[in-house]
Design a protein around this ligand. Sequence first.
Ligand code: NG1
Ligand code: ZN
Length: 529
Amino acid sequence: MDSEALRKYSALHPKPAGLTLQYGTAGFRTKAEQLDHIVFRMGLLAVLRSKAVAATIGIMVTASHNPEEDNGVKLVDPLGEMLHPSWEEYATQLANAEEQELQKVITEICQKAAVNLHKDASVFIGRDTRPSSKKLSQSVIDGIQVLGGQYHDYGLVTTPQLHYMVCCQNTQGQYGKATLEGYYEKLSKAFMELIKQSHCSGESQRHLKIDCANGIGALKLSEMKPYFPQEVLIHIYNDGTKEKLNHLCGADFVKVHQKPPGGLDMKPNERCCSFDGDADRIVYYYKDTAGHFHLIDGDKIATLISIFLKDLLAKVKQDFKMAVVQTAYANGNSTRYLQETLKVPVHCVKTGVKHLHHKAQEFDVGVYFEANGHGTVLFSKAAETKIRQLVKEENDDERREAAKMLENVMNLINQTVGDAVSDMLVIEAILALKGLTVQQWDALYTDLPNRLLKVQVADRRVIDTTDAERRALTPPGLQEKIDTLVKKYKLSRAFVRPSGTEDVVRIYAEADTQENADALAHEVSLAVF
Ligand code: NG1
Ligand code: ZN
């Protein structure tokens, strides 16, 4: 390690005195002006991680659905997964080290993680469309270069595109080509193959209005359009040319406020969807003829995909284990529908994609979605091999056809992480194949009225939870109070947890009516103080 260069460059990216940040569920996230030293140091860390695992590591500059003034950074592990938890701690140590301790902390990490500094390192970089992102990704490059790492800067990409690139690179192209063209070709080919298997027609069904949150999704969808000769008539709204990123639009806005985004004129019964700022989340919605807004969130997306996959799995007649993974935020009626009507096992894990992804890996087919629309489907290696074999060798037409559909879904879904573009194509294909309208999809079950609130408290860490965050262990007495409040209402449920991405405590409540869900959420919020 060139100590002189490290000192010189780190002085160009000084840490504001007293600032401490933590690598949370979504990496580091805060006001963009506080992040320069963080991204520089994450450039350093990406090199160390790359040397440690002898593979290409990704680094994405984005703050997803946060306001435009914020930014963030997260690392992507070799197969496109989130950074390994043991390294989250190193990330926090490195981020918070004072200038003069930096070298010492790097040496400690090298010792603890058995990093050989003489090994090669390769890092892929991506960024979203925030005004601050370009300069921050330049600082990432400074960090990479100080430790002698190689890098490839993909520039403007969606978060899931960067995950895809990293996975392609580390699997020697088995997952696809590590280029944007490779991504577009892989997805469009799988989509078109899948759609070809449809016996339904109906041109009007293929129209889809997409709110791109004034973010990267608009840019990448436009690039992708030429790959779809008229198969999907996508209409892009909130493309970032007029309004600010995530301002009154995007998947998070629509989900939290349960209302349509600005900037998208919605006619009755038109199918619409929203991406978030880095295009890894998607929610659907429509307005009925009476003008009522209907949200189709991540839970209903998971349900649609599960119905489709369960049917195909029955047709291929393999003993594949399928399950759905949710968090405590999943609507109670979605869980009930999946377990009782569809008879698919459901598992509840802690909030944060890494927890869902990890659990989903236990099954041959693991469907996971957060209610906010972040999710994907994972296929085990064994299932994948078997499905591909059936496509080639199976004589029974129905079985082979079903295997072919599964193969196309496997190719279409981004198995590295939730991906709004890929999820959207899977959903559009399923709707077309099943001849379903958005209203029929919505009618699978009725969401229990619910309310998500956030409150600021002096120290959110006083709340400790258990049972996949559904029960509070501390502060003493809080859970008992929540239990008493919940008993006042029918079909009710409520929980509190500290956010991993904001300095707030989140409160979630469900009940038989919207008034009751609102009242319960409010009463629980008072109990938190
Ligand atoms: P926090 O802030 O920990 O609630 C939010 C989302 C998560 C996840 C992360 C990462 C909710 C209630 N929480 O986490 O599901 O997506 O951001 O982006 O939607
Ligand atoms: Zn996002």
